[in-house]
Design a protein around this ligand. Structure first.
Ligand code: GLY
Ligand code: MN
Length: 463
């Protein structure tokens, strides 16, 4: 499944315009073996490679020659021996024509091309690498050591790629909305099925089936837990009990590689308790306080601050925090309950382009805070039409963190530790939605809507 070849040709041409000189190398991924070479994990193409070429086939490397404006895809054709095991496969040249690339070559042609380029001292632009096999290939091609592969990445290329991929086109938004709709189905299924006595794994197995059945897969490891206070909790061994909260953070990726990323929190029993309702409502208030800030020209850090302030004021009202809310947020005291960010960019990756560096994708070169909590904010920059991002503030009661801060006497002026201690077994609450920044403001993405209000969630739990 691919977009029309004109889309890829346009993206390639734009990239060639944005980089001033030299050669651009874009690495596709290889198969990734689980326990021996022929037993691989599911193949996932590199997202930048998917963006420019749309080809989901292992072992391809693209070279864009800026001086002559030429694009070549290198890769070795499968042989008759491969066909015996895999069935007939298209030639690299046939694949390349699908994305508007006329020039192809073998991997040994690429080595010759790069050897020539090195002799002519042409600049080689490459992105940060997250797969070790591609690091090794780059080392072989360039003669660099592995630390040089890290230090010599091309910031010019990163900025060029980010300046294209951050702005989603209509056809990309349609794809993202497909991913979100499948993700909504996963959440609704979980909200309907959860019952005391089930295991977390029962829910995971059932909802991941929905992502697979839609032709793609999950977009990141599913978080489905009664310990929602653990932010990226991938343990699924607990049995669900009445009275607990269940936090689900999951997503589907479409066959073309576009992601959805939604979170819900709902009771294991049929209804929320009163205190669960209080904290849930507060998280929802924080959610919509940040949504209100979404429009072009507003830095996302202000949407994040709005969520932090709402949470702090609400926890003041509930007697868990005290003192001036602005001062508490400035100091970072609220991070005991909200130690992460309000959202991130989303696209071909659920944390879009995280491999290229948050400072380029989410910060536009602005410095990042080192304060606990704020340093985990992945997106801060001024919003622009075409950005697709998540909104996902939460409140988490993390006993280990509370105990440590209490022992250190940290932020005693803002935190009522005796009251907070009563929430040791509460867990965590997060809701997550995906938004597009439009010229006039924002649009909630997805043609299906995930239940989010207390009434909507309880209605499903009782259905
Ligand atoms: N949904 C997982 C995350 O945003 O980190
Ligand atoms: Mn997310």
């Amino acid at each position: 499944m691919m977009f029309n070849k004109q889309s890829y040709k346009f993206r390639q041409k734009e990239l060639l315009k944005k980089v001033k000189s030299g050669l651009i190398l874009l690495f596709g991924n290889e198969e990734s073996p689980m326990n021996y070479t022929d037993n691989p994990y599911r193949f996932r193409q590199d997202s930048a490679f998917l963006y420019y070429f749309g080809l989901s086939r292992p072992g391809l490397i693209a070279l864009l020659d800026v001086s002559v404006g030429e694009v070549t895809i290198y890769g070795d054709d499968f042989t008759i021996e491969d066909f015996v095991w895999m069935g007939k496969q298209p030639k690299v040249a046939e694949l390349a024509s699908l994305c508007g690339v006329e020039q192809t070559g073998s991997l040994s042609d690429l080595y010759k091309r790069i050897t020539g380029a090195k002799q002519k001292k042409e600049t080689l632009h490459f992105l940060p690498q997250y797969r070790h096999d591609n690091v090794l290939k780059l080392m072989d091609l360039t003669g660099f050591t592995s630390p040089q592969i890290k230090s010599d990445v091309s910031n010019e290329l990163i900025l060029a790629v980010v300046s294209q991929r951050n702005y989603k086109t209509d056809e990309e938004i349609t794809e993202i909305e497909k991913g979100i709709d499948i993700t909504v189905d996963m959440h609704v299924r979980a909200m309907r099925m959860v019952e005391p006595g089930m295991s977390e794994l029962d829910v995971v197995v059932e909802i991941e089936k929905i992502a697979r059945a839609a032709g793609g897969d999950i977009s990141f490891p599913t978080i489905a837990t009664i310990n929602g206070q653990t932010l990226h909790n991938h343990y699924h061994g607990n049995t669900l009990e009445n009275g607990q909260l269940f936090l689900l953070d999951c997503g589907a990726e479409t066959p073309m590689g576009y992601a959805g990323d939604l979170s819900s929190t709902f009771p294991v029993g049929k209804t929320f308790s009163n205190i669960q309702k209080d904290i849930y409502s507060l998280v929802l208030n924080a959610h919509y306080a940040s949504v209100d800030f979404l429009k072009p020209g507003i830095p996302f850090r202000e949407a994040h601050r709005a969520a932090c302030l709402t949470i702090t004021k609400g926890l003041n009202d509930l007697g868990l925090m005290k003192g001036d809310a602005e001062s508490a947020v400035n100091a970072g005291a609220h991070a005991l309950f909200f130690p992460c960010g309000t959202g991130h960019m989303m696209g071909l990756d659920i944390h879009d382009m995280e491999n290229l560096g948050e400072e380029f994708v989410g910060y536009d070169g602005e410095p990042k805070s080192t304060q606990f909590g704020l340093k985990s904010l992945r997106l801060s920059r001024k919003l622009e039409p075409g950005f697709v991002l998540t909104i996902e503030p939460g409140i988490y009661f993390i006993p280990e963190l509370t105990d440590q801060w209490r022992a250190e006497g940290k932020f005693k002026e803002f935190l009522n530790y005796d009251e907070i201690d009563k929430f040791r077994n509460f867990g965590g609450i997060r809701n997550e939605e995906n938004y597009l920044i439009t010229a006039g403001g924002k649009r909630l993405l997805g043609t299906k809507k995930k239940p989010i209000s207390i009434e909507e969630v309880e209605a499903l739990r009782k259905s």
